[in-house]
Design a protein around this ligand. Structure first.
Ligand SMILES: O=C(O)CCC(=O)C(=O)O
Ligand SMILES: [Fe+2]
Length: 288
């Protein structure tokens, strides 16, 4: 099943085969980025990095991180090698438990909803997320290989009826992350994102749907209608767009370009398997 979805997708190519991402030439970095803009999702396999090395690679390749408001303390129960200022650890890094950090990501979303915190960026700014699987579960909750799933939103746009493309081309939605506290949300300036977004590098049109908390302009006072609109539109996308499932191997770094894909994590049994996934998001400064 997994193989047949891969067959239909431009997503998920392997890049930098045999390379250590801590030790790349400028040309390799450039080619890697071109591959990411072209394919939307790219994997680099067999890496062995600390969190700081991942952060360094991200900065050298995409640009500086915005300053953090408060510096983060090291967690004494987690190896210092897995921690650094801009890296989050998803999964159950302290061992087998019921609790999973990042469960909210098991629903379809774009990650870019937090980007407007960074002032001065266009809504179609290029936001790249990397997820480094240090330790991954051997299987998902369903007994199949553990995966992260993606939808190609350029493909999704191209597969819509021309009339719907035109209608959506005139609409924008307010976005807020699905998984943030009310206090934090109040601090994030609400920004309107056009539903049809033009990619900064490739110029291709794609759908930008955020997550099911998105509210179309004009429906601010009609939350039920807004939710129904989003769900109907998302179902239309699912009906015409194959899902690409990345099957994890420990040592994979998975990169995705939020301007052109949606994604979701998938459940696993945290009382049976440990998952240690280092997660980093960065805006590409060279094109924004
Ligand atoms: O844990 C996963 O597989 C997906 C996580 C995710 O959505 C994210 O890091 O933005
Ligand atoms: Fe995400």
């Amino acid at each position: 099943m997994v193989l047949s979805t891969q067959h239909y997708s431009r997503l998920g190519v392997e890049a930098l085969q045999g390379c250590n991402v801590s030790n790349l030439t400028n040309q390799q970095r450039q080619e890697f980025k071109e591959s990411l803009w072209k394919h939307g999702v790219v994997v680099v396999r067999q890496q062995n990095l600390t969190a700081s090395q991942l952060e360094e690679f991200a900065e050298q390749t995409f640009g500086n991180f915005p300053p953090r408001r408060a510096s983060r303390e090291l967690d004494p129960d987690i190896s210092p090698d897995l921690q650094s200022q801009h890296v989050y650890i998803l999964g159950n890094p302290k061992g087998l438990t019921q609790d999973v950090v990042g469960k909210f990501a098991w629903q379809w979303h774009h990650d870019k909803d937090l980007v407007p915190v960074t002032e001065g960026l266009d809504m179609n700014a290029l936001y790249v997320v990397m997820l480094y699987g240090v330790k991954m579960p051997a299987e998902g909750e369903d007994g199949l290989p553990h995966t992260t799933e993606f939808l190609d939103m350029i493909d999704a746009y191209n597969n819509l009826e021309p009339q719907l493309q035109q209608q959506l081309g005139q609409m924008s939605m307010y976005h807020s992350p699905p998984f943030i506290s009310k206090d934090a949300e109040a601090e994030i300036p609400k920004k309107l994102h056009p539903i049809v977004s033009t990619h900064k590098v490739t110029g291709k049109k794609g759908l930008y749907l955020g997550s099911d908390t998105a509210i179309p302009l004009g429906m601010e006072d009609k939350p039920e209608e807004a939710k129904q609109f989003w769900q109907n539109l998302f179902q239309t996308v699912l009906d015409c767009t194959p899902v690409y499932s990345h099957v994890w191997q420990p040592g994979d770094i998975l990169f995705w370009d939020n301007s052109q894909v949606m994604h979701r994590g998938t459940p696993y049994d945290p009382t049976k398997y440990q998952r240690v996934a280092l997660r980093l998001g960065i805006v590409d400064r060279s094109v924004n």
